[in-house]
Design a protein around this ligand. Structure first.
Ligand code: DAH
Length: 343
């Protein structure tokens, strides 16, 4: 009997030591200590042992059980520690690796330009207004002193949806919309940026869809010199302090005194015959402007004997191209990241 116990002890020791994981170890436990385990079976054989030997043998059996239990518990802790160790090793992260770069998008150059334009006028107290891109003939032309058969309509070849509805050819209709929304001779100081459409070629300097920013100021005592001062301030803010403006006489049906406004070339300041932006002329046209025509005021409910105003319409792509020396308008619409990443 003692011999058997010694063998069983040795076998249990070896198997516990050799258990590769917790599951195998539990198998060993069942094999030796379980209900049908080897030690249990040995105990069942105790009745064949002499009565006087029983206490001695019983002691040896108990010692064997205690030892096996202890070995199982130790091995269990060792395997658990090992499992944790393995888990930590397999999930190790290298905190010294550089982080993954997140590619942030950014605003399109035209959006940046529009934002800057808005910023400059907002600081002068202007509101920012909107009008529909699908516009009525009335607001796009008639309310701006361009009746149906007016020859100046020819300059703005339009996309008509019906006889009376078209894609707006200019942001000027927002002038009439805002005036008609107001009552009495309420002062107006607004800009209206937005997209406009004309039946144009799509080439380096034309696009059938482009952006304008309209401006309108109406109040008592507004004069042409207010217009000049405002545009001069805007251009200096937008293109730089050294920028000057130049006005050339022009014609627009909705302004009584009309001008086309040029800026001195912000790239070469008129100093280079080979300047890619102004081509040596030193001046660049950026907008049309004028004193609001009395008839336009009257048509939209203002009393032209009490108030006066000025208006202007700025080409957004144009000022953006000048500012960043971009030589092809199509770049704005092609979504080429090599171009867009530069802003
Ligand atoms: N709407 C004109 C155009 O698209 C630009 C313009 C000229 C707007 C003079 C104005 C203005 O408000 O006063 O050509």
């Amino acid at each position: 009997m003692e011999q058997k116990i010694a063998e069983l002890r040795a076998a249990a020791q070896a198997e516990i030591a050799g258990a590769a994981d917790l599951k195998a170890l539990d198998g060993v436990r069942v094999k030796f200590l379980g209900k049908k385990g080897r030690l249990t079976e040995l105990l069942r054989g105790m009745n064949q042992v002499n009565a006087e030997d029983r206490p001695k043998i019983g002691k040896v059996v108990n010692e064997a059980r205690a030892e096996i239990e202890q070995l199982l518990a130790d091995k269990n802790s060792a395997l658990k520690a090992q499992a944790l160790q393995d888990k930590l090793a397999s999930e190790k992260i290298d905190v010294t690796l550089p982080g993954r770069k997140i590619h942030r998008g950014h605003l399109h150059p035209l959006t940046l330009t529009l934002n800057r334009i808005k910023e400059i006028f907002i600081q002068m107290g202007y509101s920012v207004e909107e009008g529909p891109e699908v516009e009525t003939d009335y607001f796009n032309f008639e309310a701006l002193n361009l009746p149906k058969d007016h020859p100046a309509r020819d300059a703005q070849d339009s996309f008509y949806i019906t006889e009376e509805i078209l894609l707006r050819t200019q942001t000027s209709p927002v002038q009439a919309r805002v005036m008609q929304k107001n009552t009495g001779n309420a002062p107006i100081r607004m800009i209206a940026p937005g997209r406009v459409y004309r039946r144009d070629e799509f080439d380096a300097s034309h696009s059938p869809a482009f952006n304008q920013c309209e401006g309108l100021v109406i109040d008592k005592g507004i004069t042409f010199s207010d217009l000049i001062g405002t545009l001069d301030f805007f251009c200096k803010q937008f293109f730089g302090e050294k920028t000057n403006i130049r006005l050339r006489p022009s014609f627009f049906p909705f302004t009584s005194i009309s001008a086309e406004v040029d800026i001195s070339c912000p790239i070469c300041h008129g100093a280079s015959d080979t300047c890619k932006v102004c081509h040596g002329s030193g001046w660049l046209e950026i907008l049309g402007a004028g004193e609001v025509h009395p008839h336009v005021l009257e048509m939209s409910g203002y009393d032209s004997s009490v108030v006066s105003g000025f208006a202007f319409g700025l080409g957004v792509e144009r000022v953006c191209m000048i500012k960043y020396a971009i030589d092809d308008l199509r770049l704005f619409f092609e979504n080429d990241v090599r171009f867009l990443n530069q802003f």
